[in-house]
Design a protein around this ligand. Structure first.
Ligand SMILES: Cc1cc2nc3c(=O)[nH]c(=O)nc-3n(C[C@H](O)[C@H](O)[C@H](O)COP(=O)(O)O)c2cc1C
Length: 304
């Protein structure tokens, strides 16, 4: 039996709903040795900023129960090097490319898009307004409805390509952020970025992460992420890309049932770099077993 796993989000076409999440696969080169990137629906780059960033000083990552805390601080090569070297590699592989952008001002988001927009290989932008690990931008934007509306409006006007606003779970009412993103012209939202967390060494009484707090990711956050996806799905008519603790194909299906059109996998890539392909295999089998003709039938098919 043949069924359709493809997903369309605005002008973005994905062959299947499995994407690799920003910051967990760099620009694709290292992971490409361990998995077949061509099979993946899409790859989202590490957040790219106008100028290169060194990020925060170490220690930047620490393991927690069923998850990890990171405070990388958006270390990246900047738009120029990304275009001249990193994109070329991904072109050779032929994977659908979504560029994640971070900035410390509205103007900088737009400047980044202006710089990147002529590159046809970039199919969509995911706008990071939800990084908990930087002083400027990040959550200052992501927690403020007016800022999210203003950024969405400006990036929308800057490009005809698909715009995905990446929302923060560190708010009490994520649906309002999805609503304003839709009103200002975003094609989709992705949910969620990491949750603010911390961890202390009981002997030194010092934080295990130099930045004191970091972003919690991995299986520990899955129920929170799922609830946020459901909240958006029940209140706002906008495509959702579900992210947060997805480690198995069952997790992915759960997100799709709760409202996601596509999903991204993050922390699991550090444990099993072939997880995306394996999750895709499981989704395939599930669709076959459940006699599903098109994956879009499953989106928001919850029985509440
Ligand atoms: C080490 C690390 C770095 C990350 N860097 C970024 C980033 O640069 N931009 C971004 O939007 N999200 C970033 N994220 C967040 C992930 O894309 C994802 O939203 C989050 O980890 C939840 O998914 P997961 O539980 O599957 O990892 C990062 C996550 C991790 C673990």
């Amino acid at each position: 039996m043949s069924f359709d796993l493809s997903v369309n989000i605005g002008k973005l076409h994905l062959n299947n709903p499995v994407m690799l999440a920003s910051g967990t696969v760099g620009y694709g080169n290292e992971i490409s040795e361990f998995t077949d990137l061509k099979k993946i629906g899409g790859i989202v780059t590490k957040s790219i900023s106008l100028k290169p960033r060194k990020g925060n000083p170490p220690q930047r990552i620490v393991e927690t129960s069923a998850g990890m805390l990171n405070a990388i601080g958006l270390a990246n090569v900047g738009v120029e090097e990304f275009l001249t070297s990193k994109v070329q590699f991904l072109k050779k592989i032929g994977v659908t490319l979504i560029c994640n952008i971070a900035a410390s001002s509205v103007e900088e988001y737009v400047e980044c898009i202006n710089y990147l927009d002529n590159e046809d290989f970039i199919k969509a932008y995911e706008i990071n307004i939800s990084c908990p690990n930087v002083k400027e931008g990040g959550l200052i934007f992501g927690n403020d409805l007016k800022s999210v509306g203003n950024i969405t409006q400006k990036v929308r006007a800057a490009t005809p390509k698909t715009i995905i606003m990446k929302l923060s779970p560190n708010t009490s009412d994520i649906k309002n952020f999805a609503k304003i993103a839709k009103e200002e012209g975003a094609d989709a939202v992705s949910a969620i970025n990491t949750l603010v967390g911390t961890s202390f060494d009981i002997w030194t009484r010092k934080p295990k992460i130099k930045n004191i707090t970091g972003g919690l990711s991995g299986p520990a956050i899955k129920p929170v992420a799922l609830a946020k996806v459901l909240e958006i799905s029940r209140n706002v008519d906008i495509p959702i890309i579900g992210i947060g603790g997805i480690s198995t194909w069952q997790d992915a299906i759960e997100f799709i049932i709760c409202g996601a059109s596509a999903i991204q996998i993050g922390t699991i890539n550090f444990i099993n770099p072939n997880a995306g392909v394996e999750i895709l295999g499981g989704i395939n089998k599930y669709c076959e077993q459940m006699n599903i003709q098109s994956i879009s039938e499953l989106t928001a098919s919850y029985q509440i």
